[in-house]
Ligand binder design. Structure first.
Ligand SMILES: [Ca+2]
Ligand SMILES: [Ca+2]
Length: 277
């Protein structure tokens, strides 16, 4: 094609020539000033192949019809293609066929700009929403032990053990019975059903007299309060791990962006080298 300066129409559809064919076309297009129609439908041209092919469109001034359908490239690649067409002020393209390529709002925005100053009709696929990046969702924490929550409440409010007992002991007999304990937890917004209340009572009421006295509160705090502190340490550790994982993801993404910038920069250089003087 480089040598054949009189060729007006080239149909190489359904060859499956892939990246190598796309590269050859990308190199030939800037040097050809006769070709007006090019059909490369169904040639297994993916994003890499399109990158090589698009180099040729940066400076081509004769091509009017380009058929790119049934090649595996994305909306993002279609956007780059349109940006290249937009940047080439002498581009003669009036018809672009890629009716099986779904496009997102970024492509639609470029098409709207082009509609204002070019006579270019583009057959594209359906318009889809841009796929947002999935936000990182940490795994749910297991439900907290109501006793640990109760002692956490005590620490947060700066209560002494006696303050906690007196807060729950509504009849002022210096012990907390089942009903007082149940209502006390409710007032602290700690949820526990009847079975759980029975179980919690049996853990605190070690002499099984049906009441929690001061020494039983102290003993309970030793046992479940220290567990609560350990739990808090584990939570802190979990948060640090989540943060480290998120930072690692950001570093990987930044590295990928750098690689993409370098690749585009290389393409730029190649384009300058192949462009006619
Ligand atoms: Ca009482
Ligand atoms: Ca007791």
């Amino acid at each position: 094609m480089k040598a054949n300066k009189c060729l007006r129409s080239l149909n190489v559809a359904w060859n499956g020539f892939g990246k190598e064919g796309a590269k050859a076309l990308g190199e030939a297009l800037p040097e050809n000033d006769s070709l007006t129609e090019l059909d490369v439908t169904n040639n297994r041209i993916n994003a890499n192949g399109m990158a090589l092919f698009m180099i040729g469109l940066r400076t081509n001034e004769t091509l009017q019809s380009l058929k790119l359908g049934m090649n595996p490239f994305s909306s993002e690649v279609a956007k780059h293609l349109l940006l290249i067409i937009e940047a080439n002020e002498k581009c003669a393209l009036t018809h672009l066929e890629m009716s099986d390529v779904s496009v997102d709002e970024d492509v639609v925005a470029v098409l709207e700009r082009l509609a204002g100053n070019r006579h270019l009709s583009v057959n594209h696929g359906k318009i889809v929403r841009k796929v947002p990046e999935k936000p990182y969702v940490p795994p749910p924490l297991p439900p907290r032990d109501p006793l640990e929550l109760m002692f956490e409440f005590k620490y947060e409010h700066g209560y002494r053990t006696l303050d906690l007992l007196m807060r729950m002991d509504k009849d002022n007999n210096m012990v907390v019975d089942r009903e007082e304990f149940k209502n006390g937890l409710l007032e602290m917004d700690i949820e526990a059903d009847d079975d759980q209340i029975d179980e919690l009572m049996s853990r605190l009421d070690t002499n099984s007299d049906g009441n929690i006295d001061y020494s039983e509160f102290v003993q309970g705090e030793k046992e479940y309060g220290s567990r609560q502190k350990r739990h808090m340490n584990m939570q802190t550790l979990g948060k640090i791990r989540s943060l480290a994982a998120a930072m690692l993801k950001l570093r990987v993404k930044a590295h990928m962006n750098d690689a993409e910038t370098r690749r585009l920069s290389t393409q730029n250089t190649e384009s300058k080298l192949t462009a006619p003087k």
